[in-house]
Structure formats: C-alpha cells, structure tokens
Write a new protein. Structure first.
Length: 247
C-alpha cells in the first residue's frame, strides 16, 4: 500500500503540466484529498468535477503573500506539500532584460516555495510531520545558458531544499528534491529534444515519497547528466554550456 493512501496533499501550479499530473497521480494512489492551487481556479473546474469531492480548488499565486496565508488558513489538514509552480524565461545573463526576468523567476521559483513552505511548516508539524516536495531541475546543478537566469533560480531551489531538510528534520518533515530533465509540458514546448511524460515524472516522485528517497532524478536525461556531473563537474558544466547556448 502506498504511504499516500489517506493523505491530504497540496499541489501548487496544479492547473496544467506536471502539477495537473501530480493531482491525478496522488488521487490514483489513494490520497484522501488534494488541494489544487492555481492562479486562476476556473482552470481547475474539470479536475474538481471529475474527482468526486476529493479535489478542492484553491486560489494560490505563490508570489502573493495574502494568497499563501489564506491557503494555509484553509488547508489545515495538509500532510504533503508539492512546490511545483514554476516559470521559465529563456534568457542568458548578458540579455539586457536578465535582471528583470531573473527577479521574476526568483519570485516564483525560489521565493514562492519559501513563502509556501514557511506557511505550511506548522500545518505539517500538526499533522505528524509529512513531506515537502520541491520541484527543481537538472538545471539546479548545472547552468544551461539558454535558460541562464532560470537555472540560477533552480540552483536556489536546491539550496532551499537542503536548508529546509535540516530545519524541519526535528519536526519529522521529510524534504524531497526533484531534478527533472526535459518534460513534455508547455514549459519545454520550444525544446526539440526527447522529453519525458509528466505522468512518468510523477510516478518516480511518488515512488520516492513511498520509499523515503530524498533526491530524485526522475528521467533518463537527468540521471545521465547528473551521473556525468558527479564524475567530472567542470567538464560536464563546460559541455552543457557549449551545447545549450542562447539562440
Ligand atoms: N517542463 C520541463 O522540462 C521541466 C523540467 C524541469 C523542471 N520543471 C519544473 O517543473 C515544474 C512544473 O513545470 P511544468 O513543466 O509543468 O510547466 P508548465 O506546464 O509551464 O506549468 C507551470 C505551472 O506553474 C504555474 N505557475 C506559474 N507561475 C505561478 C505563480 N506565480 N503562482 C502559482 N502558479 C504559478 C502555472 O500556472 P498558470 O497556468 O497560471 O501560468 C502552471 O500551472 C516547474 O517548477 C518547472 O520549473 C519543468
């Protein structure tokens, strides 16, 4: 039996892409309830309608402190938090818009999970510890210049994951870092490479939650690139840097 059976989860960015796949994956493994967070809750109508009361739509823009506070006040029974919402501009650092774009990516991808994790840490504690799952990227470990500023925001997510893991260990909250390669969602639409289906990423992540694995490289590209990175970090970063230059 999956540990997810009977649990209550919150997924940010649940209306499309990987977030939507997380909602469906959690339901399939027997979650009692899933709070589906989205900036526009109308985009969740079909998920709610199909779930027979097990999906609750919640307005949650992770850049808005008032949305985060209201979500934590409403969803007091959460034991699994999935920080999935994310945004990617396609910019290197020399682009004149890089500071503005980087700030916006940081606000969603890094400060967003900080806001949500802060608000939900006491909720998770009250519900026995539970888990936080942070969706990083293989770009958390190696900068992809075509996604330069995004990679920096995802590197920050990796550091956040390590710090939260240490801070929340005492209350029994496990903190899982997920570092996918290309996934077949809107975000990667302009990439021509092999992409993994979001449902497969979700399967790997929920298996990791069940088995207690804390670092997840959920697809062939991420596990291969991370393996190369571990054996030769400088050469791997150089190869990726030369291969994925901004257009
Ligand atoms: N696709 C990939 O290749 C890939 C690879 C590695 C990691 N990831 C990461 O995986 C996660 C999911 O991405 P995806 O591939 O599913 O991308 P996606 O299809 O573009 O979906 C992104 C989701 O995040 C939501 N979102 C964006 N800004 C938000 C905000 N301020 N507050 C709340 N929700 C917000 C979007 O909502 P709206 O509909 O309102 O915009 C959407 O639901 C992200 O963290 C991404 O960085 C993706």
């Amino acid at each position: 039996m999956s540990k997810i059976e009977g649990q209550v989860a919150l997924v940010t960015g649940a209306n499309r892409g990987m977030g939507r796949a997380f909602v469906n994956g959690l339901l399939a493994r027997g979650a009692a309830k899933v709070y589906a967070g989205a900036r526009n809750t109308e985009a969740l109508a079909d998920l709610v309608a199909e779930a027979g009361g097990r999906v609750v739509a919640i307005k949650l823009d992770v850049t808005k402190a008032e949305d985060v506070a209201s979500a934590a006040a409403t969803a007091r029974d959460v034991s699994v938090l999935i920080n999935n919402a994310g945004t990617a501009g396609f910019s290197g650092f020399v682009n004149p818009d890089a500071v503005e774009l980087g700030r916006s990516e940081m606000d969603t991808n890094y400060f967003g999970p900080i806001r949500v994790s802060q608000a939900f840490a006491p909720v998770l504690k009250n519900n026995g510890g539970g888990a936080i799952i942070n969706i990083g990227s293989i770009a958390s470990h190696i900068n992809f210049p075509v996604l330069g500023t995004y990679s920096a925001s995802k590197a920050a997510v990796h550091s956040l994951t390590q710090g939260l893991r240490a801070e929340l260990a005492g209350q029994g909250t496990s903190v899982i870092g997920v570092y996918p390669g290309p996934v077949d969602t809107d975000m990667a639409a302009q990439f021509d490479s092999d992409k993994t289906a979001p449902q497969e990423i979700v399967r790997q992540v929920l298996d990791a939650l069940d088995s207690g694995q804390e670092e997840v490289f959920p697809d062939p590209v991420s596990s291969q690139v991370y393996g190369q990175f571990l054996s030769d970090p400088a050469a791997t970063a150089k190869y990726i840097g030369q291969t994925y230059l901004p257009g």
